[in-house]
Design a protein around this ligand. Structure first.
Ligand SMILES: Cc1ncc(COP(=O)(O)O)c(C=O)c1O
Length: 487
């Protein structure tokens, strides 16, 4: 059907919509959304103009404008011309990240797990980098493999961790995500299988799909006690032996989203099995520096020269540096450079000079950062156990996030409702393949205590709303959450 709805008809449908419990624009958007999902407002009809509806409801036009904006944001109203957007239902296809998607003003962002810059340290590194720049200005400035000073600093860091490394084994990239794309395009052909932990990091899953590969998920086991193994290595070995994935993408160091760390014993077994089956282990160490409990493990590359390691300064220092790297044997690095130069011809030089300084004194900002994260972790775990006792929460050993098991499969529904209570979430299925993890939600502890308190209050309110209405839960579950950028 197509047509339009006049203001009087809409007001009749709205009934007594304004309980006063929430801001008027949210209640208005909420009721219109339910009417669309119930089929009482048909799809593809133009809603009344903002002015006409405001007049009929006796509201300010700003309230109606905000309600329509919220409906658009959640995918229930087309962008349309002017204010006459048409009703629609969000499509239920796998949502992908939309980097750069602005967080609507006033929403607390729980979809990103990232920290502000270790400001003073980063700023100083850039000031120092500028003093070194003149020495490089006579060169062409194309540094496809990376500025030598940074490659040396990264290689020395691995060597200090017990994995002897030369600068020739390092390729500098614009972050870990860039590194993963280069590695996938080099090592995995279209239709190849890529073994992944399940759950896994959403942007990595997107990169695997975008490279034309098929993610092969292996479930992480439920943790029953402090001695439970964090990875199911038997299942991974069986998958490598029987399915022969070309590549395995793993986050063994404070896994995103669970915050788990793989034991040395498990690392040894996994690398051995990968060598036997010919699977290349691509290990993402982006979160390795965020070791909240001081767990000692050797980097995966200590167990096999065939491991390809990816690193980044995004979580230890600042995502705005856009600096990451790949460590591999020199022959592979040469292949990665060929792939990279198809996409870009190198990273900016000043950033790399600054990054070299940051890598050389890697630990400098970490003490304060880890202390802050430990406090935040306790605050969030305390708030969740007090206000959402029915959620089953896994204690992360490091990293930035808590992975929560919900009592019912309502992650998407919570994500849809959350903006009404002031927060933006990434639904559990973003972390899985084929719609898994409706029972899960990732909550970051990157925010200060007061904001965590607000966030948990919002989650409680959203959960209450769902608990009070099984119908709402069912309807929202089959809707598609808005595309959100996740990190
Ligand atoms: C496991 C993992 N890999 C990669 C990234 C992205 O890193 P970068 O900002 O360096 O691209 C993140 C960011 O959250 C991450 O958690």
């Amino acid at each position: 059907m197509s047509g339009s709805l006049n203001p009087t008809a809409l007001v009749r449908l709205l009934g007594s919509w304004n309980s006063g419990a929430l801001p008027a624009y949210r209640e208005l958007a909420d009721v219109v959304r339910l009417l669309v999902m119930d089929g009482r407002i048909p799809l593809d009809v133009a809603l009344p103009s903002e002015r006409a509806l405001a007049q009929t409801l006796g509201l300010s036009r700003t309230t109606v404008t905000a309600a329509y904006a919220s409906l658009r944001e959640q995918g229930f109203l087309t962008a349309g011309q002017g204010s006459r957007g048409r009703t629609c239902i969000p499509h239920r296809t796998a949502p992908v990240s939309a980097p750069g998607l602005a967080v609507p003003e006033g929403l607390l962002d729980l979809a990103y797990a990232s920290l502000p810059a270790a400001g003073e340290v980063v700023h100083r590194a850039f000031a120092d980098a500028l003093t070194e720049l003149p020495a490089l200005l006579p060169g062409f400035g194309y540094e496809a493999v990376g500025v030598q000073a940074l490659r040396e600093a990264i290689a020395d860091k691995y060597t200090a961790e017990g994995v002897p490394t030369t600068p020739g084994q390092i390729l500098v990239t614009s972050g870990a995500q860039h590194a993963l794309n280069i590695v996938l395009r080099t090592l995995a052909g279209k239709q190849d299988r890529v073994m992944v932990e399940h759950p896994s990091y959403p942007n990595a899953l997107d990169a695997i799909r975008a490279a034309g590969c098929k993610p092969l998920p292996v479930a992480l086991p439920l943790i029953q006690s402090s001695t439970s193994p964090a990875w199911d290595i038997d299942a991974m070995v069986a998958t490598m032996n029987h399915q022969r994935p070309a590549v395995a993408y793993l986050v063994p160091d404070f896994h995103n989203p669970t915050g788990r760390i793989m034991s040395d014993l498990q690392r040894r077994r996994l690398t051995r099995a990968a060598t036997a089956s010919g699977t290349i282990l691509v290990v993402d160490e982006t979160l390795r520096g965020l070791n909240l409990d001081g767990v000692r493990t050797a980097p995966m590359s200590a167990y096999s020269p065939a491991v390809v390691s990816i690193g980044s300064l995004s979580k230890s220092h600042w995502a705005g540096l856009r600096t990451g790297w790949v460590r591999a044997d020199e022959a592979l690095i040469a292949r990665f450079v060929s792939t990279r130069t198809v996409m870009d011809l190198g990273g900016p030089v000043v950033e790399q000079l600054a990054a070299a300084r940051l890598v050389r004194s890697f630990a400098e900002p970490l003490d304060a950062r880890l202390e802050e994260l430990r406090n935040n972790r306790e605050t969030l775990l305390g708030l969740l156990s007090e206000h959402l006792p029915e959620w089953d929460v896994e204690r992360p050993r490091g990293g930035l996030t808590v992975w929560c098991r919900l009592p019912t499969p309502c992650s998407t529904a919570l994500t849809m409702l959350a903006p009404d209570f002031g927060v933006r979430l990434a639904a559990g299925p973003r972390f899985g393949v084929g719609g898994a993890f409706e029972h899960y939600l990732r909550v970051p502890y990157t925010l200060p205590a007061a904001q965590l308190e607000f966030a948990v209050g919002a989650l409680r309110a959203a959960q209450n709303k769902l608990d009070a209405s099984p119908h709402l839960r069912r309807t929202l579950k089959s809707a598609r959450p808005p595309a959100v950028a996740v990190a």
